[in-house]
Design a protein around this ligand. Structure first.
Ligand code: KG4
Ligand code: ZN
Length: 352
């Protein structure tokens, strides 16, 4: 079964064809990063307009790279939630129109569940798992809009254990990078800078909210503010360095911030591992590309940690097509009046 997957929830205009929920036949991502970089953040109005201009060409390219004609597609999947409403509507409407015109089954899927599914995709023969992760496992979903620690009992039965009470982790990376002028988007820029930095150069506070119902929750506004408040001191140190004083470079701020940001995630995650006795962790979302996060989890011999390939961590159509297959192959369909929604819909609130 060959599924066309369309993703347009944020600033990536993406389409892909995936066979039987696993094999990626094509995966086209047209990024709007250079357009939004001028504003140092995604401008929703511009994003939806760009999707409108690009979506047709992106889908055509995905079919071309898969070597398929529209008549050879068996079903269509698109992101229905969560995301920016105007952007979501473009991909969702295009997908519904494609399905309607070719009389194909259609499914609207959840973007975060698709991130959780991404690590199961196969692009090259060496991607095949010796043993795929078995349910239940813990999910670590970390992106620009969400930070979720969850328990997955199947591809769409996911219970949120903890989530951020303020900013998402990717958002904190992006904001700190913006204040320091490290580059846009911030996550990859900080990750790269941090490779040469001293993670103990700056000491950032850890949130203290792990009580009662917040046991697995996360908070990033304190870290973000503390990192931004270092800006003055950082500048002073830089000028001191110029006159022969103590040296602290941008790479030190980046490494120290990144260490704290990852530690916040890991504290809650390890608590969830301890309580649930589940030792398999599947990660996904843009921040799952972070090299420090991946290295920290690789150092845990008692855990099995599964990450998508870095190129499949960010937004893409392959994860939408892969997850869409799981529904469509079971006969589940969405009606053609399916609406887009800005918020997460499919997760149960809290576990236990
Ligand atoms: O999943 P994604 O592409 O879009 C959303 O669904 O939000 O995630 C984008 C986020 C951005 O905040 C970006 O800065 C962050 O992922 N990101 C990273 C890295 N690469 C992208 N954060 C940390 N380290 C990275 N290497
Ligand atoms: Zn995403």
């Amino acid at each position: 079964m060959k599924i066309l997957g369309i993703e347009s929830s944020c600033d990536e205009c993406a389409a892909a064809v995936v066979e039987n929920g696993k094999q990626v036949l094509s995966n086209v991502v047209a990024t709007q990063i250079p357009i939004h970089a001028a504003y140092e953040g995604v401008v929703p109005e511009i994003a939806s307009r760009m999707h409108t201009e690009w979506i047709y060409g992106v889908v055509q390219e995905a079919l071309k790279q898969a070597g398929l004609r529209p008549a050879q597609i068996d079903g269509v999947a698109a992101t229905a939630h969560p995301g920016m409403l105007g952007s979501l509507l473009v991909g969702l409407s295009f997908a519904k129109a494609f399905a309607w015109s070719r009389k194909l089954p259609f499914i609207g899927v959840d973007h975060m569940l698709a991130h959780l599914y991404a690590s199961q995709l196969i692009e090259a023969p060496e991607d095949v798992f010796a043993s795929p992760p078995e349910y239940p496992f813990l999910g670590l979903l970390v992106s620009g809009g969400h930070s979720i620690i969850c328990k997955a009992d199947s591809f769409d039965e996911v219970t949120v254990l903890g989530t951020t009470i303020d900013d998402a982790v990717g958002e904190a990376f992006d904001k700190v990078s913006k204040y320091y002028g490290f580059g846009y988007p911030g996550g990859a820029a900080i990750d790269k800078l941090a490779q040469k930095g001293d993670p103990s150069a700056f000491n950032f506070p850890m949130p203290n909210l792990y009580k009662g119902e917040h046991r697995y929750d996360l908070s990033y506004s304190g870290l973000k503010t503390a990192a931004i408040n270092q800006l003055e001191q950082f500048r002073n140190k830089k000028s001191a360095a110029n006159t022969g004083g103590e040296q602290a470079g941008p790479e030190d701020i980046a490494a120290s911030f990144q260490k704290a940001a990852v530690e916040i995630l890991l504290r809650s995650l390890f608590r969830a591992v301890e309580d649930t006795k589940i030792a398999t962790i599947v990660s996904g979302g843009g921040v799952a590309a972070n090299s420090y996060l991946r290295a920290c989890l690789a150092e845990q011999p008692e855990l099995r940690c599964i990450f998508p390939k870095p190129a499949l961590c960010g937004d893409n159509g392959a994860m939408i097509a892969g997850l869409g297959y799981q529904y469509l192959s079971r006969g589940v369909r969405s009606p053609l009046n399916t609406a887009a929604s800005a918020r997460v819909r499919t997760f149960k609130r809290r576990y236990p």
